[in-house]
Ligand binder design. Sequence first.
Ligand code: AHR
Length: 329
Amino acid sequence: MKRFSGLILIGALAVTVAACGGGGSGGQGGAAAGGGDGKIVMGFSQVGAESGWRTANTKSVQEAAAKAGIELKFSDAQQKQENQIKAIRSFIQQRVDVIAFSPVVESGWDPVLVEAKNAKIPVILTDRAVDSKDTSLYKTFLGSDFVEEGKKAGQWLVEEYKDSTETVNIVELQGTTGSAPANDRKAGFAEVIQADPKFKIIASQTGDFTRAKGKEVMEAFLKSNPDIDVLYAHNDDMGLGAIEAIEGAGKVPGKDIKIITVDAVKDGMQALADGKINFIVECSPLLGPQLMDLAKKVVAGEQVPARVVTEETTFTQEQAKQVLSSRQY
Ligand code: AHR
């Protein structure tokens, strides 16, 4: 097995390449390079570093790979699908044993996934799904049920306003346009609240899962809608940015405007414990250990479940106070 040391820059991509050539047992038993030191080589294409969740997810994957003795070729796509496609092609060229990636958006993956399949390199989807009809293009999908997360957010809202007959004006900060968590969290939430016409989504726009964009879009919402009752943000970071905008507008987050977010990262949980957020739906980023287990099985040619759903909970303000000190991320 050939080895290069140092960094190879592929186009504008920050793809860190520590070695060339697969080192493990040969992917699907076909053309992927085997032998060498026997270490499994995983090419991992991450979405980016847009949120606290993402940072925790990257750490989990990197630490779990080191612990499992899997050599990780890590690539940061900076929230761009074209970068992920380039990274996956690069992993195929390097003949890694397994490719894992967290697709920035749901559609447009079939051609590159067909290339991986033709090269007999198994693919694992982690965190986010693709909308490919051909499910043979990947071995398994490990991650949260985002529709369920949206439903949990909606259920809290319905319960919170169960005794009210007045209209509840909701603004929504969506995640990255076209991404599975944005699509599904929106759909799950809408499905639950539509049962009662008093709930009205008066504005809904993407904040790209970032704090800066969350603040910017919330400022615009506040300018054009004087009567906002509730903010539903698809992640903590956008919610935290929005809190700055709400405070800047002289309103009290958590009171004048009730806030529901998703993730439960430490900063979000702190804001929940402080009363600035009202409810958080957990989305766990700690996918690394399960991902490495699945990768070992897939490379060994073992059967794995087509779908592995992450276990998650929800947090009220009181619950946040109790668990804050023990949060891992
Ligand atoms: O795909 C998971 C989502 O991506 C997280 O909820 C969000 O914070 C991240 O950027």
